[in-house]
Design a protein around this ligand. Structure first.
Ligand code: NOJ
Ligand code: CA
Length: 540
């Protein structure tokens, strides 16, 4: 080959390399942070956020109509709980088509419109990807169940029983009863870690893996900025079906407690996460994990040994601190910091009693809600706010079994009352049904909607909501650890006298100003706001 040809070849090679590097370049800020590191995320439970067609159930057009509200709150990305076609046995966590929108929520055109409006308002869309299982009404499962030789048979986990009427092993469904359901037609059992209507996908089958990875790519092309990955801990099971050790006592469903060492957190999970991450990286997308870890080493693993798995594994150990306990918070924050990955803070979600109830003492609930907002929204890391948390929404738990909608609340009543209480409609104003819908909503709104609603709180400079507005300046400071939380310092405390701390952007955050606002109080204290390298001490 001539010298000239060689240099042309070398030039083309160089060009290709730089193009591919360019394609993978992440959008980072001046401090080297990626978009999701200086973002505030906000979880939306779509059934309950805003109802545009007054059928009592929220929808995508409803979400689109509230993009301005989200923008003003300082939200950069919304994670929408599943809005795909679903029989709604687990309210969307039973998906029957991964590449469409449930008609109850709208259409793909509504989805595209929502993405476009989000772009206008600087709000990205993150979807919820139910990776562990599909609905039993998904065409894959319908085919799988049709015969032992069906082409999708091996897309799910089918096994013979141990003997007549005996499931393959002692694994229990976390939603109650055995995790195996017998199919009389093909005379085998299929495995379901959640409801029987949620059969587990067989991730050991490369065809399943390919279909699921392709689905993420399909949504990225449609403008999605990432996924919250549902139930990643349960993706794989021991192929030998070894029984789990039985522990003393029973759970809320009355089943024997077991140590789920053979059907949870298997190492194979990490190989799948790496593959999902590779696809995500091609679109500068983020992966958030529903990662129920019991110690920091487990959490660390979810980031991946080379930062090649989840960028944002949620630290649920933080949510186990159910009281205002500075030493406990300090311990948790130090631990998550030591994991080396980017911390992700959450205090409520659609599966957990609202933070307003968990932290509230019954007397100072609003003050405590303000404190909690001011606190976790300014920690170094990325916060995920749950809709309604910003206005001090509280749980509205069902009082009678016949009112319960969540199936686990019906089977487990009264020890397990289900999750309806934390999923009630967003409180927009003090009109009927809190302005959510003109029709009676699918779940009743709590009585406090008269005082705790967006319209009323926007007018009140001392409202819970005003302590949840995250301005860009505040975000900049907090994401890099620029805010010191004195209440958490060894000598500090989070006693009631400190509960009036409130972050305000309008008055206190002009440019480089301090972030913790003085409130008129008789019992004065001090708040230190560590700011741009210098300490300011403010009396209050
Ligand atoms: C976790 C989800 O957050 C929960 O709501 C759901 O019931 C289970 N995964 C099953 O998908
Ligand atoms: Ca609707």
């Amino acid at each position: 080959m001539s010298k000239r040809c060689l240099s042309v070849l070398a030039f083309l090679l160089l060009l290709c390399c730089s193009l591919s590097i360019f394609a993978q370049t992440k959008s980072t800020d001046a401090g080297g942070h990626q978009w999701w590191q200086h973002a505030v995320f906000y979880e939306i439970y779509p059934r309950s956020f805003a109802d545009s067609n007054n059928d009592g159930i929220g929808d995508l057009k409803g979400i689109t109509s509230k993009m301005g509200y989200l923008h003003d709150l300082g939200v950069d990305a919304i994670w929408i709980s599943p809005c795909f076609p679903s029989p709604q046995v687990d309210f969307g966590y039973d998906v029957s088509d991964y590449e469409n929108i449930d008609p109850m929520y709208g259409t793909l055109a509504d989805f595209d419109h929502m993405v476009a409006e989000g772009k206008q308002q600087g709000v990205r869309i993150v979807l919820d990807f139910v990776v562990n299982h599909s609905s039993d009404k998904h065409p894959w499962f319908i085919d799988s169940k049709s015969s032992r030789t069906a082409s999708h048979r091996d897309w799910y986990i089918w096994r013979d029983g141990k003997g007549p009427g005996q499931p393959p092993n002692n694994w229990m469904s976390t939603f109650g009863g055995s995790a195996w359901k017998f199919d009389p037609a093909t005379k085998q059992y299929y495995y379901h870690y959640f409801y029987a209507e949620q059969p587990d996908l067989n991730w050991r089958n490369p065809a399943v893996e390919k279909a699921m990875l392709d689905t993420t790519g399909w949504w990225y092309k449609r403008g999605v900025s990432g996924f919250r990955l549902d139930a990643v801990d349960t993706l794989f099971e021991d192929p030998n079906l070894t029984d789990n050790p039985v522990l003393p006592g029973t759970n809320k469903q009355g089943d024997p407690n077991t140590d789920e060492i053979h059907n949870k957190k298997l190492p194979e999970v990490h190989e799948v996460l790496k593959k999902l991450r590779k696809v995500a990286d091609e679109s500068d997308a983020v992966l958030i994990g529903e990662t129920w870890t019991s110690n920091i080493d487990e959490l660390k693993e979810y980031y991946g040994s080379h930062d090649n798995e989840l960028q944002m594994p949620m630290d649920f150990m933080f949510t186990t601190v159910d009281k205002l306990s500075p030493p406990e918070f300090r311990r948790q924050i130090a631990q998550v910091d030591s994991a080396g990955g980017w911390p992700v803070f959450v205090i409520s979600n659609h599966d957990k009693v609202r933070s307003y109830n968990r932290y509230g003492d019954g007397k100072n609930n609003d003050a405590i809600a303000k404190l909690m907002g001011a606190f976790y929204l300014t920690l170094r890391g990325t916060p995920i706010m749950y809709y309604g948390e910003e206005i001090g929404m509280e749980n509205n738990d069902p009082k009678r079994k016949e009112d319960v909608k969540d199936p686990i609340g019906r089977t487990g009543w009264p020890r397990e009352i289900g999750r309806d209480g934390e999923r009630t409609p967003m409180q927009w104003n003090s009109d009927t049904n809190a302005g959510f819908s003109q029709k009676d909503p699918w779940l009743p709104v709590p009585l406090t909607y008269k005082t705790h609603n967006v319209a009323t709180e926007l007018k009140d400079p001392n409202s819970v909501r005003q302590c949840h507005v995250v301005s860009p300046q505040l975000q900049g400071e907090s994401r890099t650890g620029g805010i010191e939380h004195v209440g958490l310092a060894p000598e500090g405390n989070l006693q009631p006298r400190r509960q009036r701390l409130c972050l305000r952007q309008s008055e206190d955050l002009g440019g480089d100003a301090a972030v913790i606002r003085k409130r008129p109080r008789s019992d004065a204290g001090t708040v230190r706001s560590h700011h741009r390298g210098s300490d300011e001490v403010i009396d209050f």
